[in-house]
Ligand binder design. Structure first.
Ligand SMILES: [Zn+2]
Length: 139
């Protein structure tokens, strides 16, 4: 049996590499880089410990046989991560569209709608849930 096949057999039924693990690796790299600028011995040692803990957890996730639990963690991570990412994308779009559009949340389904910038009170129909509600665009 070849080396690759041995690894493949070893990894069978294990979680393997996922987005959350990648994120943990990046965070541990960040901690390691930050540690480069820390001159205090004790603080540096603590940061090193934190880095090892993160790497240990990442390794545990890769080799874990509780695939269901790990993929639930990964889903939770992606939900939070995408939520944060979408928030920043929305702020970026708000600035980009500031002259032509205004962004408002649908009262019913919480979807974010991009509305033409028309001053005053308007009735809006959400294209996602068909719910109708009033918006007031002041500026
Ligand atoms: Zn809606």
């Amino acid at each position: 049996m070849g080396f690759i096949q041995k690894i493949q057999q070893f990894m069978m039924g294990r979680n393997g590499f996922d987005s959350f693990t990648l994120f943990l690796f990046i965070i541990s790299l960040g901690v390691s880089s930050a540690n480069f600028f820390v001159w205090d011995y004790t603080a540096s040692l603590i940061l090193y410990g934190v880095q090892l803990l993160i790497l240990g957890y990442a390794a545990f996730r890769v080799f874990s046989r509780s695939v269901h639990k790990r993929s639930a963690e990964n889903r939770m991570f992606l939900k939070i991560f995408n939520g944060i990412k979408n928030f920043f994308v929305l702020q970026k779009n708000r600035i980009r569209d500031i002259k032509k559009y205004r962004y408002r949340k649908c009262k019913y389904c919480k979807a974010t709608l991009r509305l033409k910038r028309r001053r005053g009170k308007h009735s809006v129909r959400c294209p996602k849930c068909r719910g109708e509600f009033k918006v007031n665009i002041i500026v």
